[in-house]
Design a protein. Structure first.
Length: 348
């Protein structure tokens, strides 16, 4: 049974008074349907790579009608927002404002959503979903009954592609940032010129969500139609990070990389690396002597021990905070940060 809820409100807007009120003191009855239901296509899902690109889950609801007893009120006054949380009392919900009457999720988009809520890859947990309906800023919201989904996540690397000046054009998606676990947190290194413009796109063909910047707020991401381009207000080599959970991005300028280790008494300035912009690699040559503690070294950004790289298992893949254990002798160390999915170190 759909119920009817009424609010008595005094409309003081001058336009309504001038065009519709017959006398001072008119009251208007705002009436809308409050018995909306949220219908889910499943109660339990195991997400996998095989279903990453297909629709696996849907939510649907009816679009409530609004009636204003005297003057008429546009349906745009109503706002529907889906809320998602890992607890049933919705203490810290993730929200998505909806303009239609259905929300479809691919395996990838649902996986990204639940990972961004704190779940780990290959973890099983129940999430709770409801629809919040607002009619006006001064009225209490209405909520549908909660639906629950028991979901198992999977480990899927995802990217944000960067069409624009960095990729050689707005139809080119070669430059990208990477999220190793699709948790909404991305990073990558780029060499940019001042005023280079770009955007961040979920898909390599420009489909899906495309993020620009909020007008006059460069470091806030905007997925809406009013977005501006994102740009660099200075040139240089940067570590970029983007967070689609809180809609922010940041850049850290890399002024230098140095090799620091047993061979140079862990100096952060004695052995600088040189950047090759054509091959997109950093290199340095050092003479490694057998050392009491294994002759290890690390690669340090900006000489401040904030960004520190190494490769402890010797597989060539960089790990944050790790060390490298070279054999004795003079070697050229090459670091490649151009592929955000796999930063690498080679020793020759």
């Amino acid at each position: 049974m759909r119920n009817c809820k009424r609010y008595i409100i005094a409309l003081l807007l001058p336009m309504l008074v001038m065009t519709a009120c017959k006398k001072d003191g008119d009251t208007v009855t705002l009436e809308y349907i409050s018995g909306n239901e949220l219908v889910a296509s499943a109660t339990e899902l195991v997400l996998t790579n095989a279903t990453a690109g297909t629709n696996v889950y849907s939510l649907s609801w009816s679009k409530d009608s609004i009636r204003l007893s005297k003057y008429g009120l546009a349906n745009t006054a109503l706002t529907n927002t889906l809320q998602f949380d890992t607890v049933s009392n919705f203490t810290h919900p993730k929200e998505s404002v909806e303009t239609g009457v259905q929300k479809l999720f691919t395996g990838t988009s649902l996986n990204m959503l639940v990972l961004s809520m704190g779940m780990a890859p290959e973890e099983t947990k129940t999430i709770y979903i409801r629809l919040k309906t607002l009619v006006g800023a001064n009225l209490e919201p209405l909520y549908t009954p909660t639906v629950a989904l028991k979901v198992t996540t999977f480990n899927l690397v995802s990217f944000l592609y960067m069409p624009g000046d960095l990729s050689g054009g707005w139809n080119n998606y070669t430059t990208k940032l990477c999220s190793p676990t699709s948790d909404g947190k991305y990073e990558g290194y780029v060499n940019a010129a001042q005023w280079n413009n770009f955007k961040l796109a979920e898909q390599s063909n420009g489909s899906g969500v495309v993020y620009g910047s909020v007008p006059n707020e460069l470091y806030k991401l905007d997925p809406g139609a009013a977005q501006w381009n994102i740009w660099f207000d200075e040139g240089g080599y940067f570590l970029l990070k983007a967070n689609t959970n809180d809609l922010t991005w940041s850049k850290t300028k890399i002024n230098s990389f140095h090799i620091s280790g047993d061979f140079n008494d862990w100096s952060t300035t004695a052995t600088p690396m040189t950047y090759d912009a054509i091959n997109k690699v950093w290199t340095a040559t050092a003479n490694f002597q057998p050392g009491q503690w294994g002759n290890s070294f690390q690669i340090i950004a900006n000489s401040d021990w904030v960004i520190v790289y190494g490769d402890e298992d010797g597989d060539g893949k960089i790990g944050a905070g790790e060390k490298v254990y070279p054999s004795a002798g003079t070697h050229t160390v090459t670091m490649n940060l151009s592929n955000p999915e796999k930063y690498t170190i080679t020793i020759q």
